[in-house]
Design a protein around this ligand. Structure first.
Ligand code: AMP
Length: 197
């Protein structure tokens, strides 16, 4: 099962991806997590990505395409994977299409979580408050200014992916404002239907 979860920051992609991991035993490939790990490790990629990420901007397509291409080759991806936060631009989507074709793989579905932008800012603030209350660490880009920048980046560069995947016939849109369990159930319906194809 190879899935893409599309949706703006704060739409719940990470939570839904985790549920898919538990249910289907396939890994979540979050480019954000991979990049944050590279930053924490101080690798070359991490050093190049840190300032861009902290400002809420997008890391270059070449860097993320390379990271994803290598990760897909890992043995734990043999049964499938969930892409969370990638692709983020049309050139990344085109690179992914080529990459999968070269590896002899295809996507089962692209699931877009549609959400109301105003509600997202509230969600982000709630997530930060909850994380702080639980004594957890808050991400450097989880502040109103960076968050707004991430939303702008999404609108300009990632939202056009809906049309890209409409064009390939792989797009399914789900109401991401519904409660989390309803969203999970709808995703499971899509996954079930894709498995029958
Ligand atoms: P995320 O955890 O998906 O919200 O990603 C956090 C940050 O990592 C983003 O704001 C970008 O700076 C960077 N990032 C993650 N995925 C990508 C991607 N596919 N392309 C470019 N930058 C990315």
């Amino acid at each position: 099962m190879r899935l893409i979860l599309l949706g703006p920051p704060g739409a719940g992609k990470g939570t839904q991806a985790q549920r898919l991991v538990e249910r289907h035993g396939i890994p979540q490939l979050s480019t954000g997590d991979m990049l944050r790990k590279a930053v924490a490790e101080g690798s070359d990629v991490g050093k190049r990505a840190k300032a861009v990420m902290d400002a809420g901007q997008l890391v270059s397509d070449d860097i993320v395409n390379q990271i994803v291409s290598e990760r897909i080759d890992d043995p734990d991806c043999a049964k499938g994977f969930i892409l969370d936060g990638y692709p983020r631009t049309v050139p990344q989507a085109e690179a992914l299409t080529r990459m999968l074709a070269e590896k002899g793989l295809r996507l089962d579905a692209v699931i877009e979580l549609k959400v109301d932008e105003k509600a997202l800012v509230n969600r982000m603030e709630k997530r930060v408050a909850e994380t702080r209350a639980a004594g957890g660490e808050v991400r450097a880009d989880d502040n109103p200014e960076s968050f707004r920048k991430r939303l702008d980046e999404y609108r300009q560069k990632t939202a056009p992916l809906s049309d890209y995947y409409k064009g390939t016939g792989e797009l399914v849109t789900i109401d991401g404002m519904a409660d989390m369990d309803t969203v999970t159930a709808e995703i499971e319906n899509v996954v079930g239907a894709a498995a029958l194809k």
